[in-house]
Design a protein around this ligand. Sequence first.
Ligand SMILES: [Ca+2]
Length: 313
Amino acid sequence: MARPCGSRCPGDIGQMSRRGPGPLRPYPDAVTVRRDLRARRVVLDVDTGIDDALALLYATASPALDLCGVTVVAGNVPVEVATRNSTAVLSHVGADHVPVAIGAGRTLSGSGPREGPTDHGADGLGGVRVRRGAAPSEHGPRSLLRSVASDGPVTLVGLAPLTNLAVLAPMADDVVLVAGELGGGEPAEPNAAHDPGATARVLAAGRPLTLHVADVFERVSVRPDDVARLRSSGRAAAQLAGELLAVRRGHLVGDAGALVLITHPTLFRVERRRMGMVGEHLTETPDGRWVDVVVDVDRERAARTVVDALLTA
Ligand SMILES: [Ca+2]
């Protein structure tokens, strides 16, 4: 949140400096410090999903993030189920004020949600029961993001197939995606592959883009003893996260890792790579677009960051 101009207004700096021994701190540095102390304004695009639910819990728990809205798309489950899960998770932690907009139920080519069994089960939350939340917004994703963007810079975080993002990406200041892969192989990373036409549009949108690829996504797991600590916590966010992680494949934080990238970038190694669509794969290709790609992570500290935020929320 923007901080009011307090006792150290820029106009006071010269006076303060004359009283102290140090050199005059230049005005632009003072402004930079203020900006860095603000929470990053984010809108999450989700197909909730166990790990999308973990991302929602982390986004509401972390003081470094200001969750301004959620847009929902079909992917792990039908868009109606993903919407129900999203509003339920937000209500569980008292975040009913966060608007949730229902987005695309089908890909640009008309396909529905992912077919066959997924890690998330038919209900999307692996059987973890969460009481129904508030009603979603009457407005769609475009209206939601336009409203958020009118109040200041916003980072759009895509944690699902990119159908909504094909429309939303040009409206954001920057975009972070859980999408793509470096290692190749089959099957293709599912978010990019589920709607390859939409993925190509997001690449072409030209916004600053960071990819949290499958190679890194698969590395960050919460230790079983930390899962137990979360489950036994008396805090609503921690307890629900523990229940979700208990049924999560390998206790992976999954989508929540892309938010840790935003709040704790020093835990990650990011490189510029040429990325583009090769069939259904979003991967390195000589004629791809230069984007930032997460290539490594301090896996233990990243997992601990999620756990600590939830235990202190
Ligand atoms: Ca997801």
